[in-house]
Write a protein that binds this ligand. Structure first.
Ligand code: KDG
Ligand code: MG
Length: 403
């Protein structure tokens, strides 16, 4: 058996913070898994070092399912983003090891390729509609088949999704949370105008997406969905917070605009009612925040029998190790929808050498054994951790709100 002889946590900040778990076996094979939880990185580091790594040493690296169950059931305290990110890192690293030992790219172990490439969506954003459209045209020229559109809201000093740097978006912009201001009344009329301008400039042979980032009430979300119907969005995302899964019934009654939810979910139980009742069209949960490949596979299967497709989270805070694993999953999973792809900085790409490549709007995970992503530890050590928090939101009257 490939005995686990070592495991270590590597924290690096090549432009932003990443937490990576590296597991080593007696035969000298290693695997890596992403454990980054944006703004809460060191909590996962501590969970891994204090509670997980001591339980891994001496185990058979091939027993992925048994180790998953041990870490999930064995903790007694179930679910939660810190626990599930730590379990995900172990699970991803073990799948990487298994596939390397087999000499196969990970997608082959999952069931083989179901498609030739993974359609991704890029992020076009700007402070005005014109600026956003100019960006979207740039993405279209790069070959993207799907583009997310986010634009500044007149009267609000800053808006979710509008970045300074156009290829990367980093919301965790200060050691302590930056305070932003939100108004749904100001925001709601802007999105149909953005989509109208986008259809005029980009045409209809391209998918358009939008993220409301948990900011609307269900009835406001229903209105946004209705107002956007003429422009046929691919999806609107996180229109309302999803703790109360039944609230999506109300949105569903009113609009045929497809709904995507789940980047903050960490368990199948967060999505069960949404999927069982077909209240959403795309599930956004990804490898690192939802217990790794083993757990995400359960979510994907439940989604498949309910006509829900995958649309995994892929912002810059998900490391290349998560992206690599997600791409193998995407290439295989029968009910694939789309994959988010926000590029990493060149420094990050150097720290994490990877086999995945982009061409003509599609990513491919590559044919390297494992998930195809590694970490250069010497380079990683040159970028020490920097505290960074996600922002918070207040309404114009000062009330705390969802970011
Ligand atoms: O860490 C939080 C970001 O990943 C998130 O705000 C990005 O909503 C996001 C998206 O859809 O990419
Ligand atoms: Mg989102």
């Amino acid at each position: 058996m490939p005995k686990i002889t070592g495991a270590k946590v590597i924290v690096t900040c090549p432009g932003r913070n990443f937490v990576t778990l590296k597991i080593e076996t007696a035969d000298g094979v290693h695997g890596i898994g992403d454990a980054t939880l944006n703004g809460r990185e060191l909590s996962v580091v501590s969970y891994l070092n204090d509670h997980v790594i001591p339980c891994l040493i001496g185990r058979d690296a091939h027993q992925i399912e048994d180790i998953w169950q041990f870490l999930y059931r064995g903790a007694y305290w179930r679910r939660g983003p810190v626990t599930m990110s730590a379990i995900a890192a172990v699970d991803t690293a073990l799948w990487d090891i298994k596939a390397k030992i087999a000499g196969l790219p990970l997608y082959q172990l999952l069931g083989g390729a179901s498609r030739t490439g993974v359609m991704v969506y890029g992020h076009a954003n700007g402070s005005t509609v014109d600026e956003t459209i100019a960006e979207a045209l740039r993405y279209q020229a790069m070959g993207y088949k799907a583009i997310r559109l986010q634009s500044g809201v007149p009267g609000l000093p800053s808006t979710y999704g509008v970045s300074k740097d156009k290829l990367f978006y980093e919301p965790a912009d200060a050691a302590l949370p930056t305070e932003n201001v939100w108004s749904s009344a100001k925001y709601l009329p802007t999105v149909p105008k953005l989509f109208e301008a986008a259809r005029e400039a980009l045409g209809w042979d391209i998918h358009l997406l939008h993220d409301a980032h948990h900011r609307l009430t269900p009835i406001e979300a229903a209105r946004l969905g209705k107002d956007l119907e003429p422009y046929r969005p691919f999806w609107i995302e996180d229109v309302t917070p999803a703790e109360n899964q039944a609230s999506f019934r109300l949105i569903r009654q009113h609009t045929t605009t497809p709904l995507a939810v789940g980047e903050v979910f960490n368990s199948i139980w967060d999505a069960k009612q949404l999927i069982d009742e077909q209240l959403i069209d795309y599930i956004r949960t990804t490898i690192v925040h939802a217990g790794g490949i083993s757990h995400l596979r359960r979510i994907a299967h439940l989604a498949e029998i309910n006509n829900v497709r995958t649309g995994f989270h892929g912002a810059t805070d998900l490391s290349p190790a998560c992206m690599g694993a997600a791409l193998h999953f995407d290439l295989w999973v029968p009910n694939f929808g789309i994959q988010e792809y926000m590029r990493h900085t060149p420094e990050t790409d150097e720290v994490f050498p990877h086999a995945y490549t982009f061409a003509d709007g599609y990513l491919h995970p590559g044919e390297a054994p494992g998930h195809g992503v590694d970490i250069d530890e010497d380079l990683a050590a040159r970028y020490p951790y920097r505290p960074a928090s996600l922002p918070v939101n207040r309404l114009e009257d000062g009330s705390m709100y969802n970011w």
